[in-house]
Design a protein around this ligand. Sequence first.
Ligand code: ADE
Length: 234
Amino acid sequence: MNFYILTLFPDMVMEGLKTSITGRAMETGLIHIETINIRDFTKDRHNHVDDYPYGGGAGMVMQAEPVYLAYQSLCEKLGHKPKVVYMTPQGRIFCQETAKEFAAEEELVLLCGHYEGIDERVLELIVDDYVSIGDFVLTGGELPAMAIVDAVSRLVPGVLNNGESAEIETFHNHLLEYPQYTRPVTFMGKQVPDVLLSGHHKNIENWRLKQSVERTKKYRPDLYQKYLEEGGKQ
Ligand code: ADE
């Protein structure tokens, strides 16, 4: 799967994504991540990419031209017009379903804004989808883009070692994941639950489901409601 990230901070994005599992997936060629530095497309002598908002108000706005030229150079490189997703708190909320939807694509182009946003005209021209990672405001779209690349990459076949772990986990069936334990059996006087040491697979499965249901009910009543509506056991 190919990811293209239009950004003013390519190092921030690549430094984060080249580590750990996404880094390994890049090395093995399962995913390809490329950044396009919007600042490279400014015609301004001082490489400015932002300007004051028409109508006044706080902050600066990213200018349309460098964003459009960065997009155009990507179109030329790809030989077609890709679907562009703009990172913005005004977008639809990204969730595991959205990750699955994006993982079905061959490529994903993520546009990161900064300052008070991007000139609306270029958004109208090039953006197909507006996505937010939650109801809070960040200083830019880079962290959301990284979160999305991470969540989508781990759904690409082969990226995770254990083929099962992308499915049997939090949000599967609208349930949060059960608690996990590893060695030692006793830590600061706290024991690993006996059932996990029993080797009895059916009992372990039942215990884990019960834990998942209890956790979801307690911490995410909204998800728990969905779980019940889809016929889940209390
Ligand atoms: N840019 C700033 N805040 C954001 C958010 N919550 N989601 C996506 N992009 C953003």
